[in-house]
Write a protein that binds this ligand. Structure first.
Ligand code: GLN
Length: 384
């Protein structure tokens, strides 16, 4: 007999994240893994050498709770350069163990029992469980293909006295769309005169195409004063496994964030922070990223153009959506399983990012891969 003999789950409807499921399945079947989003190429040598140097020169004990100060200073400088935002590295920036921890901590630090949090579906799969663990309730606005646009009048109808937070994500995973300046102005109008906190997931800030401009919340002082902005080094520097990101928020919000952060992770991997500080000195490394990934997007789209998949627009992120209704009537979850097992390419079903598993027969491919990998996948996909 084990104790407790039955556990009353705090997240009864949550199972293992789709990213783990699909990567495991891809490995099991030796499929080309275009499911979970991570690059199959190496980070820049400045990072690898930076870690080694940091280890040898003694940065092996706890970093400061909020993060390595020179790195925070570089982040503040970058926010000023790119978004003309005044951010105080001492009180308004915290280095986190990746974007997901920053999101979780931000939610936990302000959402209370019975608070409502507005999410835009398809929504990244960590948002709702974090809201529920905080005692809150996720309220969904469904964005629909092919454009996944937001009608802000519709969002307005979801707002009430209990609305504590709105979570936005631009460039958007999985749809590959980006919010416009108009969207940001609408959000500003909607939240004016309210206590609503904004959580802005901007982990793909440097992966945006065709000359579009990233609409960071940091460009909008009225939004920034009520926002947590989350970023990820893993997405920008091709090292998702290092699990380092950061959060920017005004002093009063950041003080609450740090109360949670200090008892969750306390502080983040010290040597990686020292290496990222070195990398941030080379601005080209992030400024070149748009062109780097745009070339991959174009290569992949071109390579599967003759397939029966229908490609949706991709304005940002390293994800390409594709409709498969010309190929199969299966549910997307079944289709990607079969594609992985029998056809040798793994992808992510988009229905898992909707509250009620809305299935539009659309799947997501990650193109953060070497050309050779994309070609191998494309050769298989055009045969389907
Ligand atoms: N953000 C990545 C994706 O969307 C996955 C991250 C993860 O697996 N936790 O594929």
């Amino acid at each position: 007999m084990h104790f407790p003999s039955s556990i009353n789950s705090k997240l009864p409807s949550v199972s293992t994240t789709i990213f783990t499921i699909m990567t495991t399945l891809a490995k099991e079947h030796g499929a080309v893994n275009l499911s979970q989003g991570f690059p199959d190429f190496s980070p820049h040598p400045v990072l690898v050498e930076g870690v080694e140097k940091a280890m040898r020169s003694g940065s092996n004990q706890y970093a400061p709770m909020a993060g390595y100060m020179p790195l925070r200073e570089k982040i503040a400088e970058k926010a000023q350069d790119l978004y003309t935002a005044e951010v105080d590295p001492d009180t308004e920036i915290t280095i986190t163990a990746g974007g997901t921890q920053a999101i979780f901590t931000a939610i936990l630090s302000v959402v209370r029992e019975n608070d409502e949090v507005i999410l835009f579906a398809p929504a990244y799969d960590s948002y709702a469980p974090a809201v529920e663990l905080a005692g809150g309730r996720a309220v969904y606005y469904d964005m629909l293909p092919p454009d996944f646009r937001i009608d802000w009048q519709g969002v307005k109808k979801l707002i009430n006295q209990r609305t504590r937070m709105i979570i936005i994500n631009t460039p958007h995973n999985p749809s590959g769309t980006v919010l416009s300046a108009f969207d940001m102005q609408q959000l500003e109008k909607l939240t004016k005169d309210s206590d609503i906190v904004i959580l802005s997931d901007e982990v793909y800030e440097h992966i945006i195409f065709d000359g579009l401009q990233h609409q960071s919340v940091l460009r909008y002082p009225k939004l920034a004063e009520r926002a947590f902005v989350v970023n990820s080094f893993g997405k920008t520097y091709h090292n998702t496994g290092w699990k380092v990101g950061y959060c920017i928020a005004p002093k009063n919000l950041m003080a609450e964030f740090r109360k949670v952060h200090q008892f969750n992770v306390f502080s983040v991997n010290s040597v990686a922070q020292v290496a990222f500080d070195e990398a941030l000195k080379q601005k080209d490394l992030y400024l070149e990223l748009n062109a780097f990934y745009q070339a991959k997007r174009d290569y992949f789209r071109q390579a599967i153009q003759s397939s029966r998949f229908k490609l949706l627009n991709c304005e940002g992120t390293y994800f390409q959506l594709a409709g498969y209704s010309r190929i199969s009537e299966e549910r997307d979850i079944e289709f990607v399983r079969r594609m992985t097992k029998d056809m040798g390419v793994a992808a992510i079903p988009v229905s898992v990012f909707y509250r009620h598993q809305v299935d539009n027969s659309i799947i997501r491919f990650c193109f953060a891969k070497e050309e050779e990998t994309l070609k191998r996948a494309a050769d298989l996909l055009i045969k389907i």
